[in-house]
Design a protein around this ligand. Structure first.
Ligand code: NIG
Ligand code: FE
Length: 379
């Protein structure tokens, strides 16, 4: 079965220049042909884009979807002046431990559906609200029902009443053994009040030795060694990067570690945004993701984050689109997604707009008209 999408007003593939009056052919879940609509080959089925813009599906490479409850009251308190410290994570941990598998699965299903409807065709999902052996393992098992990009974040915070060093050992031993069969990645919240550089190195190294690939919550609330550690360990991504010094920017620019920026978190915690311009201008690879979680960033919308990146972080619309698609793919070390070059997975988003520029130009407007996932029309 082959499918032609034709009359595309503006096609962004990232594999060449942006094309107008374009067409794209999908076969066996892959992009099989891209070119001028006038030269498109005959196919079994045809979709008429009627001049709309087509872009690659978003790759949301950072999300915490396995949890129960919400923290709307904490958000309201913050908007009234309370600071964000990450302390609320423990509230979500209590609710998550008390939830059944069915409740957790229903919440992940609801949020991943929201994401897909807003154009995210690949999502990463972290554990990190269990913080005991059984709940971390079941969180990852449930996450794995929705994505292959699952991340073990047993080292999110030290649970109430635990000794930090004893808990770090648990994360590196028994909890890791239970989590590793269900995870591709290992992550740690390297931050004052969470895990220091030495504990973070121990967690990531243990994960690597168990066959997981490292990524890291780095430099979110304060400057510190997180980014340096990410680069030292060859992590795929250093996430947040809100408080960087020039040496951190140089380190990212001269490494393959992606700087994943999460402007939804700065928006929802009323914090200063990361310096995306300094990172991009220095040559670092930048990704954008939602950080969807009940505390610091309860948005499932990549279009919203893209609009923030343009308005608040001075990324150009083209940079923001690239970072939300190909950048996210780089942060997951994937080359089959995040672009629409021939051979890529046919994850295709059609916008109810003539240009991708509208994603930032029309913030908050539901512009995703249809979505192909792996070549199948899912919206
Ligand atoms: O990425 N920084 C740590 N973890 C999350 C927040 C989790 C929460 O507040 O529940 C983040 O922002
Ligand atoms: Fe996060």
């Amino acid at each position: 079965m082959s499918l032609l999408i034709t009359n595309i007003g503006e096609l962004t593939t990232h594999a060449g220049p942006v094309l107008s009056d374009a067409a794209l052919v999908v076969e066996k879940g892959r992009v099989a042909w891209v070119g001028a609509a006038a030269h498109a080959p005959a196919t079994d089925e045809v979709i008429d884009a009627a001049g709309r813009a087509v872009i690659p599906g978003f790759v949301d490479s950072h999300a915490h979807l396995v949890f129960a409850g919400d923290r709307a009251a904490e958000f309201a308190a913050r908007m009234a002046g309370a600071p964000y410290t990450g302390g609320g994570i423990r509230t979500t941990v209590a609710a998550t431990r008390a939830a059944s598998d069915e409740e957790l699965r229903a919440n992940v299903a609801r949020l991943s559906r929201e994401m897909l409807r807003q154009g995210s065709t690949t999502i990463e999902i972290k554990s990190g609200y269990g913080l005991d052996v059984p709940t971390e393992a079941r969180s990852l098992r449930i996450a794995g029902e929705f994505t292959p990009e699952t991340t073990y974040l047993g080292a999110h915070v030290v649970p109430a009443g635990c000794d930090p060093d004893a808990y770090t050992r648990l994360v590196c031993d028994e909890m890791l053994a239970a989590a590793a069969p269900h995870a591709r990645w290992v992550d740690v919240f390297c931050e004052r009040g969470a895990f220091d550089e030495e504990q973070s190195r121990a967690v990531l190294t243990a994960g690597i030795n168990a066959g997981l690939l490292p990524r890291i919550h780095a430099n979110q609330l304060s400057a510190g060694g997180g980014v340096r550690l990410a680069v030292e360990l060859g992590a795929a991504s250093a996430d947040h990067c809100t408080h960087l010094d020039p040496a951190d920017i140089d380190a990212l620019a001269s490494s393959s570690t992606v700087a994943t920026l999460l402007p939804g978190a700065e928006f929802s915690t009323r914090s200063p945004y990361p310096d995306a311009r300094a990172l991009i201008d220095a040559g670092a690879t930048v990704a954008l993701a939602t950080d969807c979680n009940p505390g610091s960033s309860y948005t499932s919308s990549m279009p919203f984050c893209l609009a923030l990146a343009v308005r608040e972080m001075r990324m150009t619309p083209a940079e923001a689109l690239w970072s939300a698609t190909a950048g996210g793919a780089a942060a997951l070390r994937r080359d089959d997604i995040g672009h629409l070059g021939v051979g890529a997975r046919a994850d295709v988003v059609m916008l109810d707009a003539p240009s991708y520029l509208h994603l930032a130009y029309r913030p908050g407007v539901p512009l995703v008209k249809s979505v192909l996932l792996n070549g199948e029309l899912v919206k």
